[in-house]
Structure formats: structure tokens, C-alpha cells
Design a protein around this ligand. Sequence first.
Ligand code: AMP
Length: 506
Amino acid sequence: MSLAHLLQRQALAAPERPALFSGTAPWASYGQWAARSAALARRLRAAGLAPGDRVLLFARNHPRYLEVLWGAWWAGLVVVPVNAKLHPAEVQWIVDDAQARWAFVTADVAPQPLARLERQVELDGAEADALLAAGEPLDIEPRGPDELAWLFYTSGTTGRPKGVMLTQRNLMTMGLAYFADVDAIDRDDLMAYAAPMSHGCGLYAVPHVMAGARHVVPASGGVDPAELFALGRALGPLTTFAAPTIVKRLVDHAQAQGLVPDDAAAAFKTIVYGGAPMYLADIQRALRVMGPRFVQIYGQGETPMTATALARHHLADRTHPRHLERLGSVGVAQTPVQLRVADAQGRPLPPGEVGEVLVRGDSVMRGYWRNPEASAAALRDGWLWTGDVGTLDTDGFLTLKDRSKDLIISGGSNIYPREVEEVLLAAPGVAEAAVVGLPDAEWGEAVVAFVVAAPGAAPTAAALDAHCLAHIARFKRPKRYEFVDALPKNHYGKVLKTVLRERLRG
Ligand code: AMP
């Protein structure tokens, strides 16, 4: 078993089929891609890398990202894709923790050499040209299903990042679950890598290679709504993975340009969203402006892209009596996993009760790299403790409340920031909102809301307070409002609540 076989079988069956694009320009057919990855594999092994060794990727999105991923797997190596926005010191920490031997980088992301690597190869340079030129191929290095394929470093918003050990089986399972739970893939489809390839977007290369589909990296290497619409119109409707903030930008663009759902259909087949909460008002607007091209997934690095899915038909079924609750949920367990909302002992709770979300199945990580304590805390009796808190309804739909660490306890009552945020977002003039707890002598914690005003609007604390009083229990309403121009977010579009809490503490 090796993920490399996925590419090899496409290259054998249909070598001429277009596989990779850089913008609208063809980059490689399946035959060329496999030839390059197989030759790279031989050169990596000839340079002394042994199966199981780690190869770091610290680069902006690039077609060669995919050639290197598959080249490394072809040689039996483990890839370590790193968030391109990390500080050099953070990346160095990952290099050292992963004991990476080589790194593939782009100069914009890694202008300086990282320490303690044997080689740092610039993807746009002559060395990469030589390593990736077609040449004598390596036979695919056989791998066991539990051997590592990808070390996925968590975003580390609390403490040091941890290396999630993803195995060959984890990624195969994730790939197959895409077909069962997310979408059918036609081989003429185009997977567009606009969000970072080090994360969910890059992981979705696996099902798209399984299907022999086309892959495109936008010329900008990132998220530019106008570019993506144009790319989809030129090459064919795109499939992409986007955090809710990116979905918002696409919808804003469509609205500003006066586009209708038919225009969106010409540019996008499917937009899979996830990675952070999608607020009800935002998904309703997205469906109105861009039509039924959305699917939601909930997952985490520890069970990549695979915990639940909210299917296109669930999003579309407006006649269902619980349609709105379903829109606000993350859907039902994906095919390969079992899901449970549990009490502190791991016992399943009845529908409607709030507890921690546990997941078990073939997509769940083997553990954290060189971190047995963290592994033992996260994996108990085969269940992954996700750290997310939520409720299941009687139909099996999961609604996430928050990360357990973001829960606010004020005056002895639990307050889920997401609930307050949903209410604030429905108030006139609010574009974005994030709610955190601030230590408070009287209440234990006090609710504080950070609010970004919509363009041209100036909501006041008094108006927002009145709005909250009309919609939620008094004790949940913010005791303080901070009006800000933007919310701090990480490269994947997640709001950094730790940064907000630090700001409050000064
Ligand atoms: P990461 O491991 O960086 O992908 O982060 C995973 C975390 O993002 C999860 O544990 C959730 O807290 C959050 N998350 C992922 N998908 C969703 C979703 N669809 N809705 C709300 N939060 C999500």
C-alpha cells in the first residue's frame, strides 16, 4: 500500500490526460507528473534518504508541491507540509522536532536557509529542475498501512505545535470518504489550490488523484476571488476547499459584481467549507448568491477532513422542518468514522446534551510524533478526544458549540461564544464578531465581544446590547464591546482567540 500507487495507476491508464495546471497554462500530464515524481524518488534515495525519513515543504502553493508530495511517497518518505505564514523560528522548531533531513521551499516564504537540514531546495530553482527532470524511475517503495505518510503540525494556538502522525491508511480513508460523503469527482473536474496546500486543500489532492481529475494552482498561488472566477470560466468549473472567511470573500465578490448563481455555476462546481465555524447568516447568503455548490466538512488534523459532513442535499432541503438547525450544524458522521458526544468519562450522552466530541475510525491519527503523553491524552480506547464541544440531535446531526478551551464560565453558567457571535452577526451593521472570556473578580469570567463593523456602518455598544437582550439570556450578553478594524486570524482563516484574550489582558 502506498499513496504513490494512486498516481502510478492514472499514469499507466491515461498518461496523456492533463493533470496539473499553473494558472491556465498546462504544467504536466499524468504521465509527466508520475515520471517526475518517480525520478525524484530515485534521486532522493540516491542522496541517502531512507524510507521513513522526513521531507519538509515550506512553500507557497505551487504545482511542484504535488510533484514533491508524490515523489516523497514514491520513495517511502514522510512529508511535513508547513504553514507558509509561520515565523522562521516556528518553522525551525518544526524542522528540529520532525528531524527533517531535506526541505523544499519557495524563496518568498523561506528567504533564509533553515538550520540543521542536509539540503534546502528552492522549488523555482535549477536544483529542483534537475531533481524533477524525467529520468530513471524508482520502483514504488512498499509501505504498510500504519506507516507514516504526512506529519501534520497543529496550529499550536496553545503551546508548541504537535506533529500529528498521519498514516497511509489515514490518507487513503480520507480520500475514499470524499466520494462517499462529500462529492462525486469526474475526471474532467478541476481541484483548485487557493487555500494553503499545507492543510485541507492539499489533503484533497488525494481524492482528486484517485479520480484522475485535473489540478490547478492559481497563478497568484492564493485566494483572489476575481482570479478564481476567471480561472473557472477558462478551464471549467472548479472544486476547492475554503475556510468560511474565504467563502465570504468569494460571495462578497460575486455580490459586488452583480453575479447570479448561474455565473457562479460556470466558475465553481463545489466549494467544500470547514476548518472554522460557518455562521448561519453567512451560509444562507452564500447559498442565495452562489447557489447550491456548497458542502461542509468538520475535521481536524487528528482526523483529517473526516469527522462529519453536511451534504449538498442537506444544505438544499429547505422544506425540512429542521432546515435551519441543520444549516447551523456540521452534519452527520462521515462513512469511515463513529462519532460520540461524551461526558468526562467518555460515556455517550443523550441527544441534546452538551459534551466533548469523540471520533473513532480508520482516519484517526496514530498519535503525536515523539509525544506519548499528548497521544495518551488524545487517544483513549481508540477514541480521539477532539477538544470540541457539541450536541447531537436525534437524527445524528452534530452542532458544535466551541473548543472546550474557548468556553466561558461566567457567574457559574456556561456560555458558548458561538451562540453570542451568531446573535451579534445578525445585528445591523456587524460584519464580524468574536467573543471571548476575560478573567473577572466578580463573575469568574466576563463576556467581551470584538466587533468589526460592516462598511459604512457604526454599530454602538448600546444598540448591540439592546439587540442581545432581545435575543439571548441576559447573562450571556457581552459586558464590554471592543470595536476593531479586523479580527486576528491565522493563515487558515481561524480567528485567534488567544490573541484576543492576550490583548484584553494587556
Ligand atoms: P485543524 O486541526 O487546524 O484543522 O483545526 C481543527 C479544528 O477546527 C476543529 O477541532 C474545530 O474546532 C475547527 N473546525 C473544523 N471544521 C469545522 C467546522 N466545519 N465548523 C466549526 N469548526 C470547525
